[in-house]
Design a protein around this ligand. Sequence first.
Ligand SMILES: Nc1nc(=O)c2c([nH]1)NC[C@@H]1CN(c3ccc(C(=O)N[C@@H](CCC(=O)O)C(=O)O)cc3)C=[N+]21
Length: 281
Amino acid sequence: MILDGKKVSEKRLEILKERIEESGLYPRLATIIVGEDPGSQLYVRMKHRACERVGIGSIGIELPEDTTTERLLETVARLNNDPDINGILVQLPLPKQIDTTRVIEAVSPEKDVDGFHPYNLGRLLAGTPVYAPCTPKGIMTILAEYGIEIAGKRAVVVGRSIDVGRPMAALLLNADATVTICHSKTQNLADEMRSADILVSAVGKAGFVRADMVKEGATVIDVGINYNENGKLCGDVDFEAVRERAGAITPVPGGVGPMTIATLMEQTFKAAERKACISVL
Ligand SMILES: Nc1nc(=O)c2c([nH]1)NC[C@@H]1CN(c3ccc(C(=O)N[C@@H](CCC(=O)O)C(=O)O)cc3)C=[N+]21
């Protein structure tokens, strides 16, 4: 079974559009991008397009490559204090002169629709999440949409980043999976991966997950964003070989990526609802 993230994201965005309309709210997202990285610019453009589609206002702030941490902190503070802004997204990665941790911690937790602030990561780890990082949250949504059971299953997450691996493990644990986090120093990695009922790869190497590392019938979630030798977007998983063994698998493109953006939209609306003290998701 192919887990069609594109299709699920479209459906979620349609539902969200109606909910926003009915709410009478006009949520607003501010994005900040530092520098000229074409990849980052593409993703931010996609986020603005999604905003437009569902009825979220968006403002894009573009700062030069040589922006200082202080200057970026001032921009964040201004958006924190702007009552018309519900969500603030600082596109990562930031240029190397910038102290990313300070910037993430400067975003008001109520406007942290990316879910990267330590308050929100702490709430997630405590099992009482408010905003969770959009990529792993989107993965939980796609698993739910396809009725894939999580409770009691063995989940193996390969990768321990703050935006994917760590929060993914926390979300799966909150859903009662037995969770293992693997990384570059893990011994017998292939054996660990073969034990997974749910295997999440967030490694960043094309062809990293081969068919012999996947248990028959397992659910395989591919978070990789790589480009092959022909310059084509591909994930971590050897898709054609692995799909024969997997029970369910997400493609790249059309899998996890669109779910990330749909989740960002949902969390931005949630921020507007919480500000207006209406129902809480
Ligand atoms: N503060 C912050 N928040 C983020 O959420 C964030 C970020 N920084 N930095 C970069 C990553 C990456 N990311 C993606 C979103 C959508 C697709 C997506 O929709 N991809 C399409 C393909 C797009 C294409 O054609 O390249 C797909 O997989 O089908 C991919 C990647 C969000 N990120």
